[in-house]
Design a binder for this molecule. Structure first.
Ligand code: 7RM
Length: 654
């Protein structure tokens, strides 16, 4: 969590640059006032910008904590993202401009996208997928990944995208949790010049996924050479995408979906070892994604927009696929790493494609800062007009660097706070009206009501508190797949007797001007390089190792990644600490969950600090991992344990 004192010293302000306000989508603060008075009216206006097969009867039905938006309305999300743009000048406009990591390129117009989505939808129907069925997507960032999502939406199937960096076990658990019948994957993808063996991982997962009947495989790395080894095709179960595509009808009529029909499930980490399947529905989600895309990014017809997220995360869903395409935008997609083959790859991409809007994460910004200004300076970024940040708090230094070095002091920055659960941006500047402050996400988006509350539920006018969303919004999660009780207890039970208050799990601060500064998670969820990882997930992976008796995982501040993972481990009898075992444990976690969860530090200890009732005192472990003076240790069963841990940790660091 960030130091409140540092933030309190941040007094720089940045009004919308001259010339920006005049042309902005939102230039009149009166819109905000109107939306604040009548959120449902505001959202209904935004929903009306979509194409509906049947109009809704009711804008919002709210029986806290369950919401239904646009009941009675019918629409198809893929039609809104693709078909809708074909009867006019967007037909031949680039929808997706894609670059693979090795440098290969493809551009798909809206018409191309229409044809590809139809064929993919036909393939899914051919494989027996029906309305409401779940389809897993485990792919590199190639155009087919976007096509696969839209193909599901077209036939009313529910997609669940699993990030390509997740392990076979993580994939298996997600597929089994929601009972997918089809998996769409690729033979591999490229990352830092190496092939990520997606199909091999998928096969390992599928050995324990009884519901999956068919696998559709995009050929990305193979050819007829040794690359083929990346995909062993199982007769009758597996189908090459390009082969099946030639055998199915070129057109596939879209399903007309109810507004509240599921669009997708996306798994995210919480405070237990089991990820939550966040459920999003069609009409409300699309309304939220489309409206925020248009107003937060001030989208114009001629923009070239680039969001650097992967489709495996919510940012990829809302701001790489549904938001931009629902608005008929041109989106850049890039498959690989920011430093491949050199640390200027992102800026080379921006220059080559004339990117005008660039949306990335603070962890990437801090890495760029470290790599040096010259990588940015050598590229023509003069077309950039707006910059965005998402995923974690952005520190004022990184904000200033982004503003000066990337934006050349011309481009507004939108620091956008939101979550997998919120579906769309919730707290953000509007670039034509908001005076920004480095490190502050500023104010709620129109139609969003947020407050800072203390633990008793009283409003905090100025100072630190818990963030709450006090009124439903259309792109909110509807439930957790298969576990509505967990939905209620996780998100709507923070303030007793108030099932109408949504608790996102973040702490925040409000300054004297009413600006919100998000401080970070107040629960056991880590944010490592913008990725949400539950401490319990990592602990479960550690205790799964035969040498481990008990494990406690905490986050510590990390200069680039925001947070790093520190694991405290006690070993079973007969096991001895060693460097080899430490490496082995780190790899074990990477294998179980994915490389993103690999612990940075592993500290062996004879014991963990516990209260007399046996609860691990993470607060003290955090103090140790941060190298701070130890807090109150009087409630410990054995105070000697922490002192010895602290000595060991410091010895290891030193
Ligand atoms: C979009 C996304 C959500 C968590 C959230 C916060 C943190 C996200 C910001 C931020 C400060 C921001 N979804 N977070 N954006 N913190 N300022 N602009 O990241 O579900 O993966 O993570 O990320 O803690 O609760 S997520």
């Amino acid at each position: 969590m960030r130091d409140l004192d540092v933030l309190l010293q941040e007094h720089r302000t940045f009004p919308p640059p001259a010339g920006f306000r005049e042309r902005a989508r939102v230039a009149d603060p009166a819109l905000l006032a109107r939306a604040a008075e009548d959120p449902e009216g505001f959202w209904a206006g935004e929903a009306a910008a979509l194409q509906w097969d049947a109009p809704w009867d009711t804008v919002l039905r709210w029986t806290p904590p369950h919401a239904r938006w646009f009941e009675g309305g019918r629409l198809n999300a893929a039609v809104n993202c693709v078909d809708r743009h074909l009867d006019g000048p967007r037909r031949n406009k680039a929808a997706l401009i894609w670059e693979g990591e090795p440098g290969d390129r493809r551009t798909l117009t809206y018409w191309d996208l229409y044809r590809e989505v139809n064929v993919a939808a036909s393939m899914l129907r051919h494989l027996g997928v029906r309305r409401g069925d779940r389809v897993a997507i485990y792919m590199p960032l190639v155009p087919e990944a976007v096509v696969a999502m839209l193909a599901c939406a077209r036939i009313g199937a529910v997609h669940t995208v699993v990030f390509g960096g997740f392990s076979p076990e993580s994939l298996r658990d997600r597929i089994n949790d929601c009972g997918c019948t089809v998996l769409i994957t690729a033979d591999g993808g490229y990352r830092r010049g190496a092939v990520v063996p997606l199909k091999r991982n998928a096969d390992a997962a599928l050995a324990e996924c009884p519901t999956v009947k068919h696998v559709l495989v995009v050929r990305r790395v193979g050819g007829t050479g040794p690359g083929e080894a990346h995909a062993q095709m199982v007769e009758g179960r597996d189908h090459w995408w390009h082969e099946l595509a030639a055998q199915v009808p070129a057109e596939c009529a879209p399903e007309s979906m109810e507004a509240e029909d599921l669009l997708f499930i996306l798994y995210t980490s919480g405070t237990t070892g089991k990820p939550k399947g966040i459920v999003h529905t069609t009409g409300g989600y699309l309304t939220g994604a489309a409206a925020t895309m248009k107003l937060v990014f001030d989208l114009r017809e001629e923009d070239v927009y680039w969001c650097t997220a992967d489709i495996g995360w919510i940012t990829g869903h809302s701001y790489l696929v549904y938001g931009p395409l629902a608005n008929g935008a041109t989106c850049l997609l890039y498959e690989g790493a920011p430093d491949w083959p050199a640390p200027d790859r992102f800026w080379a991409l921006c220059a080559r494609h004339g990117v005008t809007i660039f949306y990335t994460a603070p962890t990437a910004i801090r890495a760029f800062m470290k790599w040096g200004d010259h990588h940015v300076a050598k590229h023509d970024l003069s077309r950039l007009r707006l910059l965005g940040s998402v995923g974690e708090p952005i520190n004022p230094e990184a904000w200033m660097w982004y503003h000066q070095v990337v934006g050349r002091a011309r481009c507004p920055i939108v620091d956008t706070w939101w979550q997998t659960e919120t579906g769309a941006i919730m707290i953000t500047p509007l670039p034509g009206v908001t005076t920004t402050k480095p490190g502050s996400a500023t104010h709620p988006f129109p139609g969003v009501r947020a407050a800072l509350l203390d633990s008793a539920g009283a409003e905090v006018p100025v100072g630190g508190g818990l963030l709450a969303i006090t009124h439903p919004w259309p792109s909110m999660l509807r439930t957790i797949w298969g576990d509505d009780a967990r939905y209620v207890s996780t998100y709507f039970s923070k303030w007793p007797g108030r099932p109408d208050l949504y608790f996102p799990g973040d702490g925040a601060k409000k300054d004297e001007d009413g600006y919100l500064w998000i401080l970070g998670r107040v629960d056991d969820v880590l944010n490592v390089a913008g990725h949400r990882i539950g401490t319990m997930e990592v602990e479960s992976a550690l205790v799964d190792h035969p040498a481990v008796a008990e494990a406690a995982v905490v986050g510590r501040t990390h200069e680039l990644k925001g947070q790093a993972i520190a694991a405290f481990v006690t070993l079973r009898a007969g096991q001895h600490p060693s460097g080899t075992l430490r490496d082995d444990l780190r790899e074990h976690v990477a294998r179980k969950i994915g490389a993103l969860a690999r612990p940075d530090d592993v500290l062996f200890s004879a014991d963990l600090p516990k209260t007399r009732s046996g609860k691990i005192m993470r607060r003290l472990l955090r103090d140790i991992a941060e190298g701070r003076a130890l807090g109150d240790t009087t409630t410990l069963a054995d105070p000697a344990v922490v002192a010895s841990l602290k000595d060991q940790y410091e010895a290891q660091e030193g």
